[in-house]
Design a protein around this ligand. Structure first.
Ligand code: TRP
Length: 446
């Protein structure tokens, strides 16, 4: 039998989900060459992606790239939420990402009935301070509010030009009774994701949105919108020819020749010699362009678009992480206090939750010694895997000893409690030390 400490019982379901929605598997080659890869990337917690190759290449090449994510300011922050910000900080600190975090106060207002004041308070006290305590740097990182950022709202409006009601229905299953503010929320999120490629936010560049897989519909929508808002489309046609195609509407009609000229110059500069230009078809065909070439050409052309009145949005990339199981074996959720350890839980309560967490243990000690336990269905092991054990060797060892019956659940839980005390204690101390000035430095009021 192959020992796979990163595997989990739910993996089958994630694989099915991935295949069904056309999410690509997050394979080892994507992690290769990343500096000191974060455990979540190596341990199979990040299980799928769209377009992460662009991000890997930007990191390897030391090129600028942006990370964008949003936070839903409702409820208390628990370990399941921490996973996301751990990734964000890794990319910011080690991989050269500039980081933009949007507080989804519009969305919370429209879909959860929160007031904007409450959303702001929760965002700052629960989330932003924790992010800073965990190591988010204000230097190339910022947090803003959806309701305050005009560029996001403008883009949401423009994105609306490219989406029909029936598409929205097909993606989200909206009903006749769904209110329009709710229907608008995904467009606002598209505005969030795309606005970091505006000139004032650094211009077109690869961007990554790390999220839980529940957010994939928004990513599919946004990637489509990004493409629709482009002046150029670079693709392989159905008859197998690669090319650059103008997709300008009325607004850019008088520029078509200039746009084709510019594209031709870019292609020549990139070293593509075998070109066939067809102005009537508004196309330049490129012989011998591979899939990777197409991506490179697309990025190069995107960067020229802002000068010509376009946005040049490069399709945002995304990674998807698995959801952590609740400590009671159900869903980890703020609304069920025993399912999660909250980052503000006092240490005694946190350790108690760890002590009564659901494990993969057997009915009796004798049986467990004989048959071994099931680490794949153990929420304590999941805490080790996602958060508590930095050392891969210790993790593998724990997994093996559990499976062989050498390790009993009591011993494991007590190790978990020690680690919780250490890590959560440390985080809580640091959070207390976060000053108002640090909060101010990272918050943007526009
Ligand atoms: N919809 C997200 C959630 O429910 C929050 C969000 C808003 C978001 N804007 C975003 C996430 C942009 C990623 C990128 O948690």
């Amino acid at each position: 039998m192959k020992i796979d400490p990163w595997g989990a019982s739910q993996y089958q379901d994630y694989a099915r989900l991935r295949d069904e929605f056309g999410i690509d598997p997050f394979t080892d080659d994507l992690v290769e060459g990343l500096p000191d890869p974060h455990p979540l990337l190596k341990r199979g917690v990040i299980f799928g992606h769209r377009g992460f190759g662009l991000i890997r290449d930007a990191i390897r090449g030391g090129d600028p790239w942006g990370l964008m994510t949003g936070l839903m300011p409702s409820g208390q922050m628990h370990f399941g939420h921490k996973m996301l910000i751990d990734q964000v900080i890794y990319y910011q600190r080690k991989c050269g990402a500039d980081v933009t975090i949007g507080v989804a106060d519009f969305e919370a207002y429209a879909t959860r009935g929160l007031t904007l004041e409450k959303a702001r308070e929760v965002a700052i006290e629960e989330y932003v301070k924790t992010y800073l305590a965990l190591g988010l740097s204000p230097e190339n990182g910022q947090v803003y509010f959806q309701t305050k950022r005009a560029r996001v709202k403008d883009l949401a409006y423009e994105a609306g030009l490219k989406v029909t009601l029936s598409e929205m229905r097909a993606i989200y299953g909206f009903e006749d009774s769904t209110n329009l503010a709710h229907i608008n929320a995904p467009l606002i999120q598209a505005g969030d994701i795309l606005h970091i490629q505006n000139a004032e936010s650094g211009g077109p560049r690869p961007t990554l949105v790390p999220v839980g897989v529940d957010q994939d519909p928004h990513l599919r929508l946004t990637r489509g919108i990004a493409q629709s808002l482009r002046l150029y489309s670079v693709k392989r046609t159905e008859d197998g020819r690669s090319g650059v195609f103008l997709k300008t509407g009325e607004r850019h009609k008088d520029q078509e020749k200039a746009l084709l000229d510019a594209a031709e110059a870019v292609l020549t500069k990139l070293g593509f010699a075998d070109l066939e230009r067809n102005d009537a078809y508004r196309a330049i065909y490129i012989k011998g362009a591979s899939k990777d070439d197409i991506l490179d050409i697309d990025v190069a052309l995107a960067k020229t678009e802002p000068r010509r009145g376009g946005h040049g949005f490069i399709q945002p990339s995304a990674t998807y992480h698995r959801f952590q199981t609740g400590l009671d074996g159900g869903k980890m959720s703020s609304s069920r206090p025993n399912s999660a350890i909250f980052l503000e839980d006092d240490l005694k309560a946190a350790k108690k939750k760890m002590g009564s967490a659901k494990t993969g243990g057997r009915a009796s000690v004798e049986e467990q010694r004989r048959l071994g336990a099931n680490a794949d269905e153990c929420t304590v092991y999941e805490m080790f895997l996602y958060h508590l054990m930095d050392d891969d060797k210790e993790l593998i060892d724990t997994y093996r000893r559990c499976k062989s019956g050498d390790l009993l659940c009591g011993e494991c839980k007590s190790r978990g409690q020690d680690l919780i005390e250490l890590k959560l204690g440390d985080l809580q101390e640091r959070k207390k030390g976060v000053s108002d000035d640090e909060v101010k430095a990272v918050l943007r009021e526009d």
